[in-house]
Design a binder for this molecule. Structure first.
Ligand code: TEU
Length: 619
C-alpha cells in the first residue's frame, strides 16, 4: 500500500490524542523466526539472505514492520535467546554485511525492521559473564552471584541460595567452582540473569542499543523486559536467601519454588524503562518499542504505554493466551470463550483512554492458534477457523502481530515422539515432569507437548509443496547440505504460500484484506472498543466506534451452528433498517450465506464478519 492511500487521522483521534502522531497506530507487525523462515545456503537453518529473498512476499501481504527473533552470535541453547555477542551476527544466519543488506532492502520495500533485544540475561559464553566469574574483575557484580546456603557444602544438593526453579527445569541456580559461588538464571543454566541494579550493566545495554539504532534498525521487541527488576530486601537479599526479609514461595509440584512473582514488574522497572527511553530514544523518531509483558496487568500496561510516562510504546500481555491454562503451562483445558472475552476485554478497556495494546495469538512461544482454538482436523474447518480467529483478533484496537505462517493457517507440528522435539523447554520439561518429579506420565506429557510445546510454531515455513516445503532445496541436501533442523510439517502439500497466493479464498488473502482494512479504515485503527454479550460461550461479538461510524464484529468461535446473542442481534437489526448506510467490510462467507445467517439468527460454524454502519445523530 502506498502512503497516499492511507488514512491519516488527526492526533486527537489517533490513540485518543495521547501519543503524538505515532506512525505505528495503524501498522501491522510480522514476526520472523529466522531459523525456520528461509534457508538460502542448504545448511538446514534459515538465514538473513533467505529473509531478503522473501521480502516481496511480505510486501505483498501488506505488513509494515518485521520483527526478527535473535540473529546475534549465540551458542543457540535457546535458539538465540542466549546471546554471546550483541554486536555480531551468528554465522548460522549470515554476516553483518547480510544484515545491512537486509535492512536496506526492507526499507526499500517500505518495511521497518525491529530487532529482538534479550537483556534480562546473556549467554554464559558472553565475555561479560566469563569475566564476572572472577571476583576481582570489574564485571564481578554484573550478574546475580550468591554464596552457598550457610552450613551447606557449595555445589551439593540443598546448598542453592534459595529454592527457586529455572523455567527450563531444575534449580534457578548453578554453582560455578571457579568463582566458588552460584549464579541466578531464570531460564537455562546457559542464560545467566544480568544484574540491572548495577548502573554499569544498564549503561552497557544502552550503548549497545544505540549502536543498533545508529545502524538503521527501527526499534526493538524486548524479551522478558519486565523481569529486569527483581524484588530484593533492604539489604539486597533475594526472597528465601539466608537472612532475607522476604520469604520465597513454597516449592511446587516439580520441587522448586517460582521466582516469577519476585521478578516480574519489580520495584525499579519504571525507573529502568524511563532511563532506557532517555538514553536510547530521545532525539530519535520513527522507531517503535514493544516489551514482552510477563506479570503486567492491564492497568499497569496502560501506565507503561502512556506516552506521557516515556517508557514503552506497547507490551505483549499474557492474560488472553494463558486463559486455557490450569496452573502450570502443561495443564491445558479446552477454551472457554467467556474467559477469552474477559481477558481481551480487560486488556482493551484499560487502554481505552491512554496507552496502547498489542494484538496477538501466535508467536514462537505459543502453539498455533488454529490448532489450539480453531479446528485443524479438516482442510475446510481449518481454513474457516483460521479466518475466524484472524478476524476476531485483527478487528480489535491496537497493533496486530502476525507470526510467520499464521497468515497461511499453518498448524501445530503433531509430533508423536520426543526425539522430534528440539526445544530446550519441551525436552527438559519432559525429563523433569516424567522422570524426575513424576507429576505426569510419559503419554500425558506427550499430549501436553503436542498441544502447547513451542516447537509447534517453529517448524519450517511452508512456501510450496516440495520436499522441504521450499524452506530449503532438496538438491542442496543431496549436494552435501543438511536437512532442515526440525521436520517439515507433512501438511505442506495442502498448506503452502504458493497455493494460497493464487486462491482468492485462502487464509493468506483473508489476512491481506484485514491488513488493508486497518490501513484504510480509521474505525479499525482508532475506534473505541466495546464488548457485547460477555456471557455467551460460542459467539464473540464487539463494536468499534469512531464518531458516527460503528463496526459490528460477530464471530462464531465454534464448529457448530450458533445463535447470534441478544446485544449483537439488536445492533444488527438496527443496522439493517439503515441499509443504505451499512456495508459489509469483511467476512468468512458469501454475502448470501451471511444474510441467511443474520436473517435466521443462526451462524454457520466458524462464521465471522464485520459490518460498518453510520449511527443516526442523536436528536
Ligand atoms: O519468553 C519468555 C517466557 O516466559 C515464555 O513465554 C517462555 O517461552 C516459556 O514458554 C514459558 O513457559 C522469552 C522468549 O520469547 C523465549 O523464546 C525465550 O526462551 C525466553 O524469553 C528466554 O529468553
Amino acid at each position: 500500500m502506498t502512503n497516499s492511500q492511507r488514512t491519516v487521522l488527526p492526533d486527537s483521534v489517533r490513540t485518543n490524542g495521547a501519543t503524538h502522531n505515532p506512525w505505528w497506530d495503524d501498522a501491522v507487525v510480522y514476526q520472523i523466526y529466522p531459523r525456520s523462515f528461509q534457508d538460502s545456503n542448504g545448511d538446514g537453518m534459515g538465514d538473513l539472505r533467505g529473509i531478503e529473498r522473501r521480502l516481496p512476499y511480505l510486501a505483498s501481504l501488506g505488513v509494515d514492520v518485521l520483527w526478527l527473533s535473535p540473529v546475534y552470535k549465540s551458542p543457540q541453547c535457546d535458539n538465540g535467546y542466549d546471546i554471546a555477542d550483541y554486536e555480531k551476527i551468528d554465522p548460522r544466519f549470515g554476516t553483518m554485511a547480510d544484515m545491512d543488506r537486509l535492512l536496506a532492502a526492507a526499507h526499500h520495500y517500505g518495511l521497518r525492521v525491529i530487532m529482538d533485544l534479550v537483556v534480562n540475561h546473556t549467554s554464559d559464553e558472553h565475555p561479560w559473564f566469563q569475566a564476572s566469574r572472577d571476583k576481582n574483575d570489574p564485571h564481578a557484580d554484573w550478574y546475580w552471584w550468591r554464596p552457598a546456603r550457610p552450613g551447606h557444602t557449595p555445589g551439593s544438593p540443598g546448598a542453592e541460595p534459595n529454592r527457586w526453579g529455572g523455567s527450563f527445569g531444575g534449580s534457578a541456580w548453578t554453582y560455578d567452582p571457579r568463582r566458588g559461588e552460584y549464579y541466578l538464571h531464570t531460564f537455562s543454566k546457559k542464560q545467566p540473569d544480568l544484574n540491572w541494579e548495577n548502573p554499569q550493566v544498564r549503561q552497557a545495554v544502552y550503548r549497545m542499543m544505540n549502536w543498533w539504532m545508529d545502524r538503521g534498525i527501527d526499534g526493538f521487541r524486548m524479551d522478558v523486559i519486565t523481569l529486569i527488576s527483581k524484588f530484593v530486601d533492604r539489604n539486597g537479599r533475594l526472597p528465601g536467601e539466608a537472612g532475607s526479609l522476604i520469604k520465597d514461595l513454597p516449592a511446587g509440584e516439580e520441587g522448586y519454588s517460582s521466582p516469577w512473582p519476585f521478578s516480574m514488574d519489580g520495584p525499579r522497572l519504571d525507573e529502568y524503562l524511563k532511563e532506557m527511553r532517555k538514553a536510547v530514544f530521545s532525539g530519535r523518531d520513527g522507531y517503535m518499542t514493544v516489551g514482552e509483558g510477563q506479570g503486567i496487568s492491564p492497568a499497569r500496561n496502560a501506565a507503561i504505554t502512556d506516552p506521557n510516562n516515556h517508557e514503552l510504546d506497547m507490551l505483549f500481555l499474557f492474560d488472553h493466551v494463558d486463559c486455557d491454562q490450569d496452573g502450570a503451562k502443561w495443564n491445558i483445558e479446552p477454551l472457554r470463550l467467556t474467559r477469552l472475552k474477559k481477558a481481551l476485554d480487560g486488556e482493551q478497556k484499560a487502554v481505552g483512554g491512554k496507552g496502547w495494546a498489542s494484538l496477538y495469538f501466535d508467536n514462537h512461544d505459543q502453539p498455533r492458534s488454529v490448532s489450539r482454538w480453531g479446528d485443524d482436523r479438516s482442510p475446510a474447518a481449518r481454513t474457516r477457523s483460521a479466518k475466524a480467529l484472524a478476524l476476531l483478533m485483527h478487528m480489535h484496537r491496537g497493533t496486530p502481530y502476525i507470526y510467520q505462517g499464521e497468515e497461511l493457517g499453518m498448524t501445530n507440528a503433531h509430533f508423536t515422539r520426543l526425539d522430534q522435539y528440539r526445544d530446550i523447554e519441551s525436552i527438559n520439561a519432559f525429563h523433569q515432569r516424567v522422570e524426575v518429579a513424576h507429576v505426569q506420565s510419559a503419554a500425558s506429557m506427550m499430549r501436553s507437548l503436542a498441544k502447547v510445546g513451542r516447537d509447534n510454531s517453529r517448524t519450517p515455513m511452508q512456501w510450496d509443496d516440495s520436499t522441504y516445503a521450499g524452506f530449503e532445496e532438496a538438491d542442496a541436501v543431496d549436494d552435501g547440505g543438511k536437512a532442515p533442523w526440525i521436520s517439515v510439517n507433512p501438511n505442506k502439500d495442502e498448506i503452502n504460500a504458493e497455493a494460497e497466493l493464487h486462491d482468492p479464498d485462502s487464509v493468506f488473502n483473508f489476512y491481506r484484506r484485514l491488513i488493508a482494512l486497518r490501513h484504510t479504515d480509521p474505525v479499525v485503527s482508532a475506534g473505541d472498543f466495546h464488548l457485547l454479550d460477555p456471557s455467551d460461550e460460542h459467539v464473540y461479538d464487539f463494536t468499534r466506534t469512531l464518531g458516527q461510524s460503528q463496526i459490528i464484529t460477530v464471530v462464531n468461535v465454534s464448529g457448530s451452528p450458533a445463535r447470534i446473542p441478544t446485544q449483537a442481534s439488536d445492533l444488527l437489526r438496527r443496522a439493517d433498517t439503515r441499509d443504505r448506510d451499512t456495508r459489509l467490510l469483511i467476512s468468512t462467507d458469501t454475502q448470501e450465506r451471511l444474510r441467511h445467517g443474520i436473517r435466521t439468527g443462526v451462524l454457520d460454524p466458524w462464521m465471522a464478519f464485520s459490518l460498518e454502519t453510520r449511527l443516526p445523530k442523536e436528536a
